[in-house]
Design a protein around this ligand. Structure first.
Ligand SMILES: Nc1ncnc2c1ncn2[C@@H]1O[C@H](COP(=O)(O)OP(=O)(O)O)[C@@H](O)[C@H]1O
Ligand SMILES: [Mg+2]
Length: 360
């Protein structure tokens, strides 16, 4: 799928902008603070109705304005879709071809974006929640069933934590919630295990392309339950943790504590890898979901924010080669990097103007 046309009104720093995009690589160029990330954030917003930078919708509205509007034409082969998102401080309203969309899951089926953001460079060294987020977001885009399971799990977990925090915790109620948690945990863990295996099929080839030579990279999943009898083992784990959970007033075990690491040539990259190796490994990880989708019409749009910073010339070259093999890509950068790609100069777009294609 590709975004062919984008209109922004009072979104972040953009008062009113109209843009047309190339179906392949689009370089978003500009000095620091000129609005590059703001622009790709709008594209990302189309896929999740959410920004990776903030949960506060007011931050997305241009200072002084009362609402923001993101309007985009998205093409998937012969299908043309007009997606409009109205953002107000209270939330957002999404419509497809003029008709309101009620479920966010519908949106992520229409527009799929894989994102690499500067914060991701430390994904293996960072907190486990960042890695789980990656799993949950990528899997939710792939499977509506996972999307609803993880939503259900999070609601049950909140209820259980609230029950643990009450003055006199109701043990019977806690037991019911625990059983329900176990019930939804099993398929979630199953999905995660399969997905990690799928990612592993493409991770080494992608990592090798970025490195410019053969590299073996493998994710190692650390599941909550290893025992094939998931339910019995999970029940035991919750039982063992029960007194401590009551004392700490929080659910200390479960699939919300799962994690994974990356072994590069058999060594944990978070422990043994250099800064640069962690950066390349993070880029590889964030791009792998792209390669798992086989139908070319369903290939996601890649948004790569500040992906070149701190890469040496050799690896920047490898990255450019890899980028050119993707479908539609948006790359933000302070200097032109890929010859022949369409360029969007953001400074010019704080006034209305259309893009031109350089060369080709
Ligand atoms: N809601 C907003 N209203 C007006 N300006 C904003 C808003 N949010 C961010 N900005 C401005 O956008 C600029 C940062 O843009 P950004 O896209 O992050 O820059 P970069 O080109 O470095 O990626 C800052 O000057 C910031 O003040
Ligand atoms: Mg930026």
């Amino acid at each position: 799928m590709i975004v062919t046309h984008l209109e922004l009104q009072d979104f972040r720093s953009y008062p009113s902008t109209v843009l047309d995009f190339a179906p392949e690589t689009n370089i978003v160029i500009g000095a620091n603070g000129s609005g590059k990330t703001n622009l790709v954030e709008a594209i990302y917003y189309l896929s999740l109705g959410k920004s990776w930078r903030t949960n506060d919708t007011s931050a997305l509205i241009r200072r002084g304005a009362s609402f923001a509007l993101v309007r985009a034409d998205v093409r998937e082969e012969e299908l043309h879709r007009l997606i409009e998102i109205l953002i107000t401080p209270q939330g957002r309203k999404i419509s497809l071809n003029g008709k309101p969309i009620r479920r966010l899951s519908e949106l992520s089926c229409l527009v799929n974006v894989v994102l690499f953001a500067p914060e991701d460079t430390g994904i293996f060294k960072g907190s486990p929640s960042e890695r789980r987020n990656f799993l949950d977001i990528s899997l939710s885009k792939q499977s509506l069933d996972y999307f609803s399971l993880i939503g259900k799990y999070n609601r049950l977990l909140q209820e259980r934590n609230a029950a643990l925090k009450s003055q006199e915790p109701d043990k019977t109620y806690l037991e019911v919630l625990t059983d329900q948690l176990i019930e939804v945990s099993e398929p979630i863990a199953h999905y995660r295990g399969i997905y990690i295996d799928e990612l592993n099929r493409v991770l080494s080839p992608v990592t090798s392309r970025l490195y410019g030579n053969q590299r073996v990279a493998a994710l190692q999943y650390r599941p909550f339950i290893k025992n094939p009898d998931f339910k019995a083992a999970a029940k035991k784990a919750y039982h063992r943790a029960f007194e401590s959970d009551l004392y700490h007033k929080v659910t200390s075990v479960g699939i919300h504590r799962e994690d994974f690491s990356l072994l590069l040539e058999g060594k944990d990259v978070a422990v043994y890898g250099s800064q640069g190796e962690n950066r390349l490994a993070s880029i590889a990880l964030k791009l792998t979901p792209y390669f798992l989708i086989e139908n070319p019409a369903k290939k996601p749009i890649a948004v790569l924010d500040d992906i070149y910073s701190e890469l040496d010339a050799f690896h920047a070259e490898r990255l450019s080669e890899l980028i050119q093999s993707l479908g539609q890509v948006f790359v933000t950068t302070t200097e032109a990097t890929i010859p022949g790609a369409a360029t969007i100069d953001v400074a010019m777009h704080h006034a209305t103007r259309r893009i031109e294609k350089n060369g080709r």
